[in-house]
Design a protein around this ligand. Structure first.
Ligand SMILES: NC(=O)c1ccc[n+]([C@@H]2O[C@H](COP(=O)([O-])OP(=O)(O)OC[C@H]3O[C@@H](n4cnc5c(N)ncnc54)[C@H](OP(=O)(O)O)[C@@H]3O)[C@@H](O)[C@H]2O)c1
Length: 403
């Protein structure tokens, strides 16, 4: 509990932590009470100094609720936008206080004086928030300075892996690119060297083979690896008894065994240096049972739990761990998994989410819509119901002969 609190309140001055606590009190306790329990006749809500009562107050409380929920998230995750939006909100309160006071005292000198006194604390808060950007910008410290010279990215020949490599190279990190298709890796290596002036190393490896991950770890010996991206992975859609056993075994080997072996082999160097990062590409599929994608969903739950555990274990050694949980992303994944094509986010968009959240939290779902779909049903409804609903959604994406 103490470590959790330390982690929660780290890297922010006391006054910003106080604002975070106040916002979460408002979002989780006061506003729900105000909206759902407080009698309509007693309800009052103020926006820009204008007082709303009765049902209007109930209605105007909803944007207030949203503001405090967003502020809780912004302070907690140290989002840079909170400086602007937080300042705008407190400025609005400050103006409201002033206007209210002068109207109440019929534009007399006393009203102006009291208005200035009551508006001043909020005006100061506005200035402080507008000037607090430094406390919210650590996430933008270049990756090379944070973690070191080299990153190993598995599954770099396509999709999310190739985008991870581009994202780290943009930040000056040299890249070891691993996958089976060597020609694709070489093409990407050339792009990264020319465009971002970083070094690259290509390792063609089959991570489904028992010795694959060991071979890859050996190929990285001598490099100061500061980042490991356990991204290589595949899906396999279809009814369990119709699926090929060897292909299922390969899926588990690539999605689970390879990340375990690589992390185990490579994290020691990071802990010795006192800095490093390990990213796992999980999936929203790991948040719930997923009939017709059962083994895949189980492997991604494995990745998530492993990452969340390592986040706590390795944090004190200076190593950041993150599991990125994308929803449908437009890569070669669907084709490999044998799914009927359907649209999703771009790989670039998804990787950007990981880059922003690395070091900030143990797990991140890409995109708010994916977050709503993945987190809320899994927390609110019986798991069997969630599984039945998921089956009906997935069925539409699985060819008839595999259903
Ligand atoms: N796309 C989505 O909708 C989605 C959603 C959630 C999570 N994810 C996860 O995101 C990760 C990346 O997938 P993606 O969407 O970028 O799919 P992708 O375009 O199919 O890329 C998969 C990568 O994994 C590599 N790979 C597959 N089997 C391998 C093996 N046996 N040995 C070595 N490398 C292997 C592939 O390289 P080679 O074929 O060249 O070996 C490729 O570079 C996966 O872990 C996936 O589960 C994807």
């Amino acid at each position: 509990m103490r470590d959790w609190l330390k982690d929660l309140f780290r890297d922010r001055p006391v006054w910003i932590n106080a604002l975070m606590i106040f916002s979460s009190y408002m979002a989780f306790i006061y506003m729900p009470w105000d909206i759902f329990w407080k009698p309509v006749a007693e309800d009052q809500e103020v926006w820009f100094g204008i007082m709303f009562t009765g049902w209007w107050a109930k209605l105007m409380a909803i944007p207030h609720w949203f503001v405090y929920a967003a502020a809780t998230h912004g302070f907690r995750r140290r989002r840079p936008w909170i400086c602007t939006w937080g300042a705008a909100y407190t400025a609005q309160i400050s103006i409201g206080m002033f206007v209210w006071s002068i109207v109440r005292f019929e534009f007399g000198l006393l009203g102006i004086l009291l208005g200035l006194i009551s508006a001043a604390p909020f005006a100061l808060l506005t200035l402080a928030l507008a000037d607090a950007r430094e406390h919210f910008s650590e996430v933008h410290k270049p990756m090379r300075a944070r973690y070191g010279e080299w990153a190993l990215i598995t599954g770099a020949s396509a999709g999310l892996g190739a985008e991870f490599a581009r994202a780290f190279a943009r930040e000056g990190v040299s890249c070891v690119l691993a996958a089976r298709r060597e020609d694709r890796l070489r093409e990407l290596a050339e792009e990264l060297e020319q465009r971002h002036r970083v070094d690259t190393k290509v390792v063609a490896v089959d991570l489904a083979k028992p010795e694959g991950a060991e071979e890859l770890a050996r190929a990285c010996e001598g490099l100061e690896l500061g980042v490991l991206v356990n991204n290589a992975g595949l899906g396999y859609a279809g009814r369990f008894e119709k699926q090929d056993t060897d292909r299922l075994a390969d899926l588990v080997a690539v999605n689970c065994m390879a990340p375990v072996i690589l992390t185990s082999r490579l994290v020691g160097g990071m802990t010795e240096r006192g800095r490093g990062a390990v990213i796992f590409t999980g999936s929203v599929a790991g948040r719930q049972p997923l009939p017709l994608h059962g083994v895949y969903s189980a492997t991604k739950a494995f990745d998530r739990l492993l990452a969340e555990s390592l986040y706590v274990e390795l944090r004190e050694k200076g190593v950041d761990v993150l599991v990125l949980e994308p929803g449908t992303t437009e890569t070669e994944f669907q084709e490999v998994a044998g799914e009927i094509p359907h649209s999703g986010q771009s790989a670039e968009e998804v990787v950007a989410v990981a880059m922003i959240n690395l070091g900030e939290q143990p797990a991140v779902v890409s995109g708010w819509w994916n977050w709503i779909r993945a987190i809320i049903p899994a927390r609110l409804f019986p798991r069997s119901l969630v599984a039945y609903i998921a089956r009906d959604i997935i069925k539409e994406r699985v060819p008839i002969e595999m259903r």
